[in-house]
Ligand binder design. Structure first.
Ligand SMILES: *[C@@H]1O[C@H](CO)[C@@H](O)[C@H](O)[C@H]1NC(C)=O
Length: 215
């Protein structure tokens, strides 16, 4: 009997701790006070009486990002850093512009799932599951198609069309974070020792040194 109760209590506790996104807010809003010196999980709230409509507003997503770079893509993020009123609300979004054959390289959002809509063009997209399966889920998307990238999984988008592409992505965190795989592996500061990366990738150290030099 006691064991059963203990098990139920444990289950209840584990459910109450399960979170799919940022912790939910305990008031109408908590506009980020970026001048606060208090360190909390997120940002401290400014006095709600001082909140203004601009705290909930951003303009500029009609403008294309500059995708003239090595990857051929540009992400224009709109998160709590751009809209202070997103603090504690658990959502944000981004516009992604892709040059012809451009890509948003393999990356992770440590704190958010993502739902992406193709506004213009065609994208080959995918994500890979965790160990041991490492299964690739991939698909070609066209205008109006929507695809989901589950939280914490490596994913990418590649412009497989014949012209530029545009996507709008919504994310389940006010501050999703981005970990670009190539950057963290080959361009950390200071760098990870090349023998470690060489062994991990099963290649010669010279190849690692060559890749590191590209960043
Ligand atoms: C886009 O970026 C490239 C490379 O940094 C730069 O040469 C070019 O002037 C930029 N274009 C615009 C419109 O800002």
């Amino acid at each position: 009997m006691a064991a059963k109760f203990f098990l139920l209590a444990l289950l209840a506790l584990s459910f109450s701790r399960a979170r799919a996104s940022d912790p939910s807010q305990l008031q109408d809003f908590c506009v980020a006070d970026r001048t606060s010196e208090v360190f909390v999980n997120g940002f401290a709230c400014k006095d709600p009486k001082t909140a203004v409509v601009e705290d909930f507003y951003f303009s500029g997503l009609h403008m294309a990002g500059n995708a003239s770079n090595k990857q051929g893509s540009a992400v224009t993020a709109v998160n709590v850093a751009h809209i202070a009123g997103l603090n504690t609300l658990g959502i944000s979004l981004a516009r992604v512009d892709y040059a012809r054959y451009g890509q948003n390289p393999p990356h992770i959002h440590p704190r958010a799932s993502e739902i992406l809509t193709v506004v213009e063009g065609s994208l080959y997209v995918g994500f890979v599951t965790s160990n041991p399966e490492n299964k690739l889920f991939s698909k070609v998307l066209n205008q109006g198609d929507v695809f989901v990238f589950p939280q914490g999984l490596i994913h990418f988008q590649y412009n497989c069309g014949t012209k530029k592409a545009i996507a709008i992505a919504a994310l389940s965190s006010k501050n999703p974070g981005v970990i670009t795989i190539a950057n963290v592996v080959f361009a950390s500061k200071p760098s990870i020792k090349d023998d470690i990366i060489a062994k991990a990738f099963q290649v010669d150290k010279k190849i690692v040194d060559h890749i590191q030099a590209q960043f």
